[in-house]
Design a protein around this ligand. Structure first.
Ligand code: SF4
Length: 392
């Protein structure tokens, strides 16, 4: 496959730039679900000379009342409603398929344009529901333990497409009588490669007049794109950052995560040491345990030393062998040993066992098979990574 074009406009400040919005479909109307409240305010002021507070009213209709039709927003003048309807639309989510795991986890497949599709997962946990979102179609990072990587990078999702996953899941969840409390950007894609889309979506999710999700209930994960980590920190969103470390030596990390060639472990950990964290907050270090690859005693000795000086907690993720990529799950005793040893050394560590394995919803299994998608070879992964790293 050919390398994808670099995404432009990854600046996080909305102030000085002309407004550019991703169309929600085939026509030129603006996708409401991709608008932050600031952007809607600007449209109201610049295009219609309407007061800024109207943006809050409209947000409340949409995100609090579930009204997706300007004509029903009765506290807004008919003239303004008509003008808005001629410029902005509410694209419908299209749920093609929903699967339910034995453990209650639900996986959704959403059809986009041109045969592209993405997946979102509602993960059922004892005390909460976590919504796992995709940020791209496919992924260009090439992690060898991840099935999404075999799709290669197809394209970024717009903020509107990210939010339409949310809307689709919210609408569907009504029949189950549940709703999500937490959001993780850990589905398809490298979220920080799609910085613009993810930052806008986080702003909408956390907006008190939008979905009002507490920033601390949102986690954005990255494979370690150092310049994007720095930019994400500057956005000051106060959400949680998770970083997939997955190895304690560059040799092993480069083998399983080609991004390590561009941003080796010392550079990555340096970026984490200077990441702007609020008091008492920690960065989540994700460690997918691959038996015989990164779960040796030497790894266990090195890991706490590597993390010195980084306020962090370690999330041990035993590899899910169903992903079928030739890796083995670590024995349970190894996982327990890692957990107790790390905890004994004062490292805040916990184990995350995969959910939804029977419906391929667990980590590393999100791959939508499309006939036109060829698995990437190593050279294609290198080319894509070079484009990605230059574009950030
Ligand atoms: S693990 Fe994440 S970053 Fe790596 S290839 Fe899979 S989706 Fe992309």
């Amino acid at each position: 496959m050919s390398a994808a074009p670099a995404q432009t406009g990854t600046q996080l400040s909305a102030s000085a730039e002309p407004l550019k919005f991703a169309s929600g479909g085939h026509d030129q109307l603006i996708d409401f679900f991709g608008l932050t409240r600031d952007e809607l305010e600007r449209i109201l002021i610049e295009q219609f000379q309407a007061p800024a507070y109207r943006a809050g009213q409209i947000f409340q209709w949409v995100y609090k009342q579930g009204v997706y039709d300007f004509s029903q927003m009765t506290n807004i003048s008919a003239a303004l409603r008509n003008s808005l309807a001629a410029l902005i639309k509410f694209p419908a989510p299209l749920t093609v398929q929903r699967q339910i795991s034995k453990d209650g986890t639900r996986k959704y497949l959403f059809e986009l344009d041109k045969g592209n599709a993405i997946e979102a997962v509602m993960i059922k946990q004892p005390a909460r529901m976590t919504l796992c979102l995709s940020s791209q179609v496919g992924c260009g990072m090439g992690c060898t333990f991840c099935r999404t990587a075999t799709m290669g990078f197809q394209r970024h999702l717009s903020a509107g497409e990210i939010m339409r996953q949310v809307r689709g899941v919210i609408d569907d969840a009504k029949q189950f009588g549940d709703k999500f409390s937490n959001v993780v950007f850990m589905g398809m894609g490298e979220p920080l490669h799609n910085l613009k889309g993810v930052v806008s979506a986080v702003k909408i999710l956390t907006d008190p007049m939008g979905l009002g999700i507490g920033p601390r209930k949102i986690t954005v994960s990255t494979s370690g794109l150092v310049p994007a980590i720095e930019k994400f920190g500057q956005a000051n969103l106060d959400v949680n950052l998770a970083v997939s470390l997955n190895a304690t030596t560059d040799e092993v990390r480069t083998r399983i995560m080609p991004v390590n060639k561009a941003f080796p472990i010392d550079k990555l950990l340096g970026a984490l040491r200077s990441y702007p964290l609020k008091p008492r907050k920690k960065i989540t270090i994700e460690y997918v345990m691959l038996h015989g690859i990164n779960d040796t005693d030497a790894d266990l000795r090195r890991l706490p030393r590597l993390l010195e000086g980084i306020p962090s907690k370690v999330n041990l993720i035993p590899y899910n062998p169903n992903a079928g990529l030739g890796f083995l799950a670590p024995p349970k005793e190894t996982v327990q040993k890692w957990h107790s040893t790390l905890t004994g050394k004062g490292v805040d560590a916990f184990v995350r066992w995969s959910k939804g394995q029977d419906i391929s919803a667990a980590c590393g299994q999100l791959a939508v098979k499309r006939p036109q998608v060829e698995p990437m070879d190593a050279a294609a992964i290198s080319r894509t990574l070079a484009v990605i790293t230059e574009s950030i």
